[in-house]
Design a protein around this ligand. Structure first.
Ligand SMILES: [Zn+2]
Length: 184
């Protein structure tokens, strides 16, 4: 955004008169995500969210360990695409390698993924004491710190069907959160 603004100022100085409305051209989204790719993430969310409400009789440790019976688990994917005109344009994704999937965390590697832009992961529901869903609707502070200290341009989390939260890393190394996502 800063770079685009600087270029715009130079252009206006060269022309030498006030900008028209069309000159203030800030991209209307930080991230462009095709609908088909969003739908494929929805499918992964649904599969990895199964069993979230079937653990009511287990104690907290048993739930966290997830070894007594199948449970919901986070999932990690590697986002592919390009950054153009200040917009992160996602055009595909691949599963991370060596995924370690837990209820409240996931690890894995996106090394070797071509045109790597960043990562996406799921936040499955958690059951409260009445077995109602608690939804973690946002990237966590730890998620954002991971993005800030990475080389990645973007991080997405899917926390429900058609529901996501995004952050982008801008050129000065800080993160913009929440980032505006355009489904197209
Ligand atoms: Zn997270």
């Amino acid at each position: 955004m800063l770079l685009a603004g600087a270029v715009l100022c130079l252009a206006m100085a060269a022309v030498g008169f006030a900008p028209r409305a069309t000159a203030s051209r800030r991209a209307d989204a930080d991230v462009a995500l095709p609908r088909t790719i969003r739908d494929s993430m929805n499918a992964v969310f649904l599969a990895s969210n199964e069993h979230w409400n079937e653990l009511g009789d287990l104690n907290t440790l048993e739930r966290m360990l997830g070894t007594v019976r199948p449970t919901q688990r986070e999932y990690l994917g590697c986002l592919q695409g390009t950054v153009r005109d200040g917009v992160v344009r996602i055009d595909g994704w691949m599963p991370a390698h060596d995924m370690k999937r837990l209820q409240l965390a996931v690890t894995g590697s996106c090394e070797g993924v071509p045109r790597l832009l960043g990562t996406w992961h799921t936040h499955p529901y958690h059951a409260d004491l009445e077995n109602l869903p608690i939804k973690e609707r946002s990237l966590s502070p730890q998620d954002l710190e991971t993005l800030r200290t990475s080389d990645y341009a973007v991080m997405l989390v899917i926390w429900d069907v058609d529901s996501l939260d995004a952050a982008v890393r801008v050129p000065d190394g800080t993160t913009r959160h929440p980032a505006a996502v355009r489904i197209e």
